[in-house]
Design a protein around this ligand. Structure first.
Ligand SMILES: [Zn+2]
Length: 339
């Protein structure tokens, strides 16, 4: 068998800012991150570069590198990355340290209070000696995530960015919590009901995987039979989407006026979107399907009620490609508390 070298995702990233003061000289450095698109999870670290020096203590060099976790699925052309707000050992970070000295500083995208050793007073970007430097490094780390997302979209990949759910009002959060009975998913939490002790309630964090950006040629179809979703769930899911993407309202159905015929690829341009918008439960592919148990493949994306009620056609993200990815959906597990 002939060995094929993997496709590479390359991104030029800025790893250090121009920043000079009495104590420090940093200059802007750009390097190229290379992610081999091989199946499975990987962590890559860029080359190590000198980005400046400390104006004292023998003027030691300041070195920097960037580390990125990612997971690739070649079958679904899906690349999983970390969103800025993810607090995890997987999160993207820029490492800086003084040459020849241990105690590196790790700057994540989610907070300026990223890990720094308090044992090395010579190198911590988040002190009054270097005002604004931690913010600049945080902003660069966020730009790394943005650059990776954009390059992946350029390559026509579907991108999932791991993230916690956005901050939600308690009332809405409750409506998005799954209820289980004998380890089987029953429905989403309905406050008007009184559940017995044999029921358990999971939380939204346990089923929210992150944000997904569909590739331009991504085809999706309805999940059939989400009748276990109580009526209030129809508005809850679109609220979750709105809050995730910080938009007031979807301006249109994501598959605006588009419906494809499964199998033949025949397109029905006469399909007219109508009704109101819902956060539709969809899966990848041309065929609507019953939601598989324990699925990690369910997405939420705004669709009109006409699309939501049409299981014989598939959709494409002609108007909006921003979705939410769920995980462990319908998965059975014991939860922390009962009602
Ligand atoms: Zn529609």
């Amino acid at each position: 068998m002939q060995f094929q070298s993997p496709t590479l995702l390359t991104a030029d990233i800025k790893i250090s800012p121009d920043y000079q003061n009495k104590y420090l000289f940093l200059e802007q450095k750009i390097l190229t991150l290379v992610l081999p698109l091989l199946d499975g999870p990987h962590t890559i670290t860029s080359e190590l570069v000198k980005v400046g020096l400390l104006n004292n203590f023998g003027n030691p060099s300041i070195m920097a590198s960037c580390s990125v976790w990612y997971d690739f699925d070649s079958v679904n052309k899906r690349l999983t990355l970390c969103a800025d707000e993810l607090v995890s050992e997987k999160s993207t970070y820029i490492t800086t340290f003084l040459n020849g000295v241990s105690n590196p500083h790790y700057q994540y995208a989610h907070s300026i209070n990223s890990y720094a050793s308090h044992e090395n007073l010579l190198w911590n970007p988040n002190t009054p000696l270097t005002p604004g430097l931690a913010e600049e490094l945080q902003s660069l780390t966020q730009r790394v995530n943005k650059e990776l997302l954009e390059r992946a979209i350029d390559m026509n990949l579907t991108v999932v960015q791991l993230a916690p759910p956005p901050p939600l009002p308690a009332e809405l959060y409750k409506q998005l919590c799954p209820v289980y009975h004998n380890d089987r998913f029953v429905e989403f939490y309905d406050e008007s009901k009184s559940y017995g002790a044999e029921y358990t309630v999971g939380n939204l964090h346990s089923i929210y995987e992150g944000k997904a950006t569909f590739a331009a040629d991504f085809k999706y179809a309805n999940v059939i039979g989400s009748t276990a979703d109580p009526k209030h769930g129809v508005s809850s899911w679109i609220e979750l989407w709105r809050t995730t993407y910080k938009v007031a309202n979807p301006t249109n159905c994501s598959s605006y006026h588009f419906a494809g015929t499964p199998g033949g690829g025949e397109i029905k341009p006469e399909f007219n979107c109508r009704g109101h918008f819902v956060g539709g439960h969809v899966i990848e592919g041309e065929n609507a399907s019953v939601m598989p148990e324990r699925s990690d493949d369910v997405f939420i994306i705004p669709i009109c009620t006409a699309h939501n009620n049409t299981n014989k056609a598939y959709m494409m993200p002609v108007h909006d490609n921003r979705a939410i990815m769920l995980k462990n959906y319908f998965k059975s597990y014991k939860v922390a508390y009962t009602i």
